[in-house]
Design a protein around this ligand. Structure first.
Ligand SMILES: CC(C)(COP(=O)(O)OP(=O)(O)OC[C@H]1O[C@@H](n2cnc3c(N)ncnc32)[C@H](O)[C@@H]1OP(=O)(O)O)[C@@H](O)C(=O)NCCC(=O)NCCSC(=O)Cc1ccccc1
Length: 184
């Protein structure tokens, strides 16, 4: 799916909303994939199976009102709706909400590069919150891109953008890459 911002903000917002409706129509109920459902698949195949409704999406997306939108090799895009229930006591969206979307985009971008039998986990991530978010912002997208995917380490970068191209936050991660536990 096209995440470009070359069209007008209104067109981009409509496109983002239409894409979310199409994605949500295919998604299964939130859950946890069993090891036998993961076995023999690349990371990209696992994530694509989630988008196809064959594997369940993670509960966190429902909890915090966001969804995976698209995956490609080395890239993952999430979309979220900032709501009052994500607010901190200061009257803006909690920094953890920004971080969760960005962590998801970073991690899943890395996941798309995992061959069969390999797994990853986030070792550290760094977030810059450069603009406050409120429930007046209709949608934001976290676009994650892999920078390096090696035998032991993978790194990625992500941006959190509004439909008008405004940058709300950016992040980077270092992930540890390892063999899937036997039987998985
Ligand atoms: C304000 C600043 C930190 C600095 O920005 P700069 O790079 O110097 O600013 P720049 O000049 O590029 O203008 C950009 C926009 O910012 C606006 N603006 C600028 N200065 C001020 C100001 N002093 N006050 C108000 N607004 C200001 C400015 O009008 C412009 O908007 P516009 O273009 O006119 O529409 C900005 O990066 C920011 O808001 N980041 C997000 C931080 C955030 O949301 N953190 C998460 C929540 S914390 C949390 O949850 C933790 C917690 C948990 C539990 C309990 C308690 C706490």
């Amino acid at each position: 799916m096209d995440s470009s911002l070359s069209s007008s903000p209104e067109q981009t917002l409509k496109q983002w909303m239409d894409e979310e409706v199409a994605v949500r129509a295919r998604l299964a109920e939130p859950g946890l994939a069993r090891p036998d459902q993961i076995k023999g698949r690349t990371g990209l195949q696992v994530l694509q199976a989630m988008l196809d409704g064959e594997l369940p999406p993670a509960h966190i997306a429902q909890t915090l009102d966001f969804t995976l939108i698209s995956v490609a090799h080395g890239e993952a895009i999430f979309q979220g709706r900032p709501l009052l229930r994500h607010y901190n006591p200061l009257g803006t969206v909690h920094g953890g909400w920004f971080a969760t979307l960005l962590d998801s985009a970073l991690g899943c971008a890395v996941h798309t590069t995992m061959p069969v039998g390999r797994a990853y986990t986030t070792l550290e991530f760094k977030v810059n919150l450069v603009r406050a978010l409120s429930d007046k912002v209709p949608l934001v997208r976290a676009v994650g891109k892999v920078v390096h995917s090696g035998r032991q380490v993978a790194t990625a970068e992500a941006s959190l953008l509004g439909h008008d191209g405004k940058l709300y936050a950016h992040a980077s991660t270092t992930c540890l890459v390892f063999d899937l536990p036997t039987g998985a």
